[in-house]
Design a protein around this ligand. Structure first.
Ligand SMILES: C[S@@+](CC[C@H](N)C(=O)[O-])C[C@H]1O[C@@H](n2cnc3c(N)ncnc32)[C@H](O)[C@@H]1O
Length: 388
């Protein structure tokens, strides 16, 4: 259901999902725990934001002094440029402001800046944010927001889900530090996976128990069946933080058993008493669960993408994935037929990743490639560091 949510959001380009204060705080604490000066003397840009709607500017302005920030900049996207803009109105805070301009309020983005105490209370906080209308609608790709990107040291936001790829390449074009929210599936995108493989991006600390809840001010339809009735929050199961700031969890080694011990003692019925199967089309073994990675296997192992939540680059090396050009299969199947519960299907849809050879066609989905094989979920290929 939560997955359908994201699919619907992408289809309708509904990008109005607002991050909760507690989630931002929890994530930033992971970077601060690792390096208490991570934000010191830094200029932070929060694009695709709006302090009047969202919590990022609120969080960083409230902590401006304790983090030792140099400058905080937040940019908002014009109401009329949002697909759901019709149901949004300028906030009272804007309308009451001296700078309010009704000819720009719906069509222009705004830039909010915090550098110093404006209210005279000797503190620098949310009340001290100054703002101006931008020349354009605040699109992150515009020249004026791009110039702010160039000025910033760190870029932090929950960008529009529908523009994740473009947003990430916009950050990389300027080689910036960043912490952003995105869909776990982005890991397998051809633009993203090589960056993960080369340790240029990794997963952040993550949402509590992997569940991300966002406020959705505009769209009720996505909330059906998934919103928490008491809060109106919409739940996404498959969303996480991506970053290139270091944090402690990625340096904690994963405690693992040897191959022999896994076969004897694993809590996974697929492994205990069974062992590890080899793929038919990749030179690697199938490890369906991160906790079942054998500590002494010297070769390449296929693991679920959720492994990245536990990935410690000092312990493992990522060598490829079944969706990555850099790790082609050792075998391709010119002729294949899908067989579901013993019935041959006319068409086969979707690319085939790693497959395991089987002795016969049984219940479930198989492919006939001259013999029966079964596909597994998306896999990334890893090996123990130093094992090559
Ligand atoms: C997922 S929401 C997150 C909002 C806010 N950063 C937060 O987390 O609370 C993404 C925001 O980006 C805005 N947006 C969509 N396309 C944009 C673009 N091309 N440039 C800048 N902002 C955009 C959307 O209107 C939406 O407000």
């Amino acid at each position: 259901m939560a997955q359908t949510n994201l699919t619907n959001a992408k289809k309708a380009k509904n990008d109005e999902f607002y991050t909760q204060y507690a989630d931002i705080e929890r994530e930033m604490n992971a970077y601060l725990d690792y390096d208490k000066d991570v934000f010191r003397d830094k200029t932070i840009l929060l694009p695709c934001d709006d302090p009047e709607w969202s919590n990022f500017a609120r969080y960083f302005s409230q902590n401006f002094q304790s983090f030792g920030l140099k400058k905080l900049i937040s940019t908002s996207y014009a109401i009329d440029s949002k697909p759901d803009g019709l149901v949004l109105q300028p906030r009272d805070e804007e309308i009451r402001h001296l700078k309010y301009d009704s000819s720009k309020a719906r069509t222009h983005g705004r830039v909010f800046t915090l550098t110093r105490d404006m209210t005279g209370d000797d503190r620098i906080n949310f009340q001290d944010l100054e703002w101006e209308y931008l020349e354009g609608d605040g699109d992150f790709r515009s020249a004026e927001v791009t110039a702010l990107r160039d000025e910033a040291d760190i870029i932090i936001t929950n960008p529009p889900f529908s523009l994740f790829r473009e947003f990430l390449s916009w950050i990389f074009a300027a080689d910036k530090r960043f912490v952003i929210i995105g869909n776990m599936n982005a890991i397998t995108y051809k633009e993203v996976f090589p960056l993960i493989k080369d340790n240029k991006i990794w997963l952040g600390n993550g949402f509590a128990a992997g569940n991300a809840y966002f406020a959705s001010p505009t769209t009720r339809e996505y909330a059906v069946g998934v919103a928490d009735a008491s809060t109106g929050l919409v739940k996404f199961r498959n969303v996480t933080w991506f970053t290139n700031l270091d944090h402690g969890r990625r340096h904690e080694p994963l405690a693992l058993m040897t191959e022999a011990d896994n076969i004897k003692f694993s809590k996974r019925k697929e492994i205990k008493g069974v062992g590890y199967q080899k793929y038919d089309n990749y030179d690697a073994i199938e490890v369906p669960f991160t906790d079942a990675i054998p500590s002494d296997y010297p070769g390449i192992m296929g693991v679920p993408i959720s492994f990245l939540n536990k990935y410690n680059p000092d312990q493992f090396e990522i060598v490829g994935s079944d969706a990555y050009d850099g790790s082609p299969p050792i075998k391709r199947y010119p002729n294949k037929e899908k067989v579901v519960d013993g019935v041959r299907m006319k068409s086969i849809t979707g690319a085939m990743g790693c497959v395991i050879r089987q002795s016969s066609f049984g219940s479930g989905t198989y492919f006939d490639v001259g013999y029966p094989v079964q596909a597994v979920y998306k896999r990334i290929f890893i090996r123990h560091r130093g094992a090559a």
